[in-house]
Design a protein around this ligand. Structure first.
Ligand code: ZN
Ligand code: ZN
Length: 146
C-alpha cells in the first residue's frame, strides 16, 4: 500500500516537473504557471493537488505500524492495506488497539470522534475494564447486552 503510494507520488512528480519544464524551460515549480497554455496550467494545478494529497496519504499511512491489524473480530485485516477501502484507521484511545474507520463504528457503535471526546475506549477494553465515565452511570453505548 505504502509502496504503491510512493510509486504514484514519484510518477506524478516526474510528470509534473517534465510538463512544467517542457512548457516554461524552468525547473522552478512556481514559474510553471507562467506558461502560455491554459490547458497546461489546469493540468499542472491538478497534478500539484494530487501530489499534495498523496503526500498527506503517505504521511498518514506511514504512521500506522506495518503489522497493525483491525481488532474487529469480523475484520482482522491489515489496517494499512485496507486503509482507503474501510475508511481509514483509528487507534483506541484507551488500549491502543487498531481499527479501520468503518469497523470502529460498526463494532463499537460510536463515532470515533465521540469516543475521543468522552474518553471512551473500544468494546474490548471497555468490556475488560470499564472507564470511570461508564461506571458513573452513563448510558451504555454498546447496547443492552451486558
Ligand atoms: Zn477492519
Ligand atoms: Zn480499546
Amino acid at each position: 500500500m505504502l509502496k504503491n503510494l510512493r510509486i504514484g507520488f514519484v510518477t506524478n512528480l516526474i510528470i509534473f516537473i517534465a510538463l512544467g519544464y517542457a512548457s516554461t524551460h524552468s525547473v522552478n515549480p512556481l514559474r510553471f504557471w507562467g506558461c502560455e497554455s491554459l490547458f497546461i496550467k489546469v493540468v499542472l494545478t491538478f497534478l500539484a493537488i494530487s501530489l499534495f494529497l498523496q503526500l498527506i496519504a503517505i504521511y498518514v499511512i506511514s504512521r500506522i505500524p506495518e503489522d497493525a491489524n483491525c481488532s474487529d473480530p469480523d475484520c482482522g485485516k491489515s489496517i494499512r492495506t485496507f486503509y482507503f477501502i474501510y475508511r481509514g484507521g483509528v487507534m483506541c484511545p484507551r488500549c491502543k488497539r487498531w481499527y479501520h474507520g468503518s469497523c470502529w463504528e460498526r463494532f463499537n457503535k460510536i463515532r470515533y470522534f465521540d469516543a475521543l471526546k468522552s474518553h471512551l475506549g473500544c468494546k474490548i477494553c471497555e468490556g475488560a475494564e470499564p472507564s470511570k465515565r461508564r461506571l458513573f452511570g452513563e448510558e451504555s453505548i454498546f447496547g443492552g447486552d451486558s
